[in-house]
Design a protein around this ligand. Structure first.
Ligand code: SF4
Ligand code: SF4
Length: 208
């Protein structure tokens, strides 16, 4: 089985069906929280986990008997889905070609994106690996030119309000706490980036 990623704050709830568990230990080997261990040939929940169950769902996904269920943090056993068949999985060459052909091109066609394509992108994004949880990720879909324009306007306002953060006096104050590389990065890239984005979006509103 496979599992999408889960995000939010509460602790996950672990339940193990003793009748189904065969004590193979696979769940223990994937749990990085040490929430599980084997006792008398069965998986049991530890009373001294490191953080408490983070609902990564890996134990539930790997259990060959369906004996372990995790709920909480937006995860439930209903989220499990079948692993893709081995023959449909990309081999190294396919994966490498996909990555090499990828480009970040920030020019867009003047045409709407079909709902079906948006759904496909979201379905793929749900399975993206997360960093250290809780990683509360939200996806904002700006579907339509008006929403895009509103977003640009709001974003520009936010940049204008935050510009002080990369201003010369603030950078001078922060300089003793920054490495030479960080200071150079702020001076040569981040500060100009604020000006560039603000100028760009102001211009785009003038054009309209
Ligand atoms: S993976 Fe499943 S069957 Fe194996 S020990 Fe864990 S709960 Fe039991
Ligand atoms: S969901 Fe993750 S953290 Fe929780 S018991 Fe299973 S493997 Fe461990």
């Amino acid at each position: 089985m496979a599992i999408p990623t889960t995000r939010t704050n509460e602790e996950g709830i672990i339940s193990i069906d003793n009748e189904l568990c065969n004590g193979c230990g696979l769940c223990v080997s994937v749990c990085k929280d040490f929430s599980l261990f084997i006792e008398n040939g069965k998986a049991v929940v530890s009373s001294t986990p490191v953080f408490g169950c983070i609902s990564c769902g890996h134990c539930m996904a790997i259990c060959p008997k369906g004996a372990i269920k995790i709920t909480g943090r937006t995860l439930s056993p209903d989220d499990l889905f079948e692993l893709p068949k081995t023959k449909s999985v990309a081999a190294y060459d396919h994966l490498l070609s996909l990555m090499q052909r990828r480009r970040s091109i920030r020019e867009f066609r003047d045409q709407p994106v079909e709902d079906e394509i948006i759904e496909k992108i979201l379905a793929a994004a749900r399975t993206a690996p997360m960093g250290l949880p809780p990683t509360d990720v939200n996806v904002l879909i700006l579907n339509g030119k008006e929403k895009n324009a509103e977003f640009v306007k709001d974003f520009t306002e936010m940049l204008k309000n935050m510009k002080w953060f990369a201003s010369k006096p603030v950078l001078a104050l922060m300089r003793p706490f920054m490495s030479r590389e960080s200071a150079e990065l702020y001076k040569s890239f981040i500060s100009p980036l604020f000006d560039f984005f603000i100028l760009l979006s102001d211009k785009s509103f003038q054009i309209k």
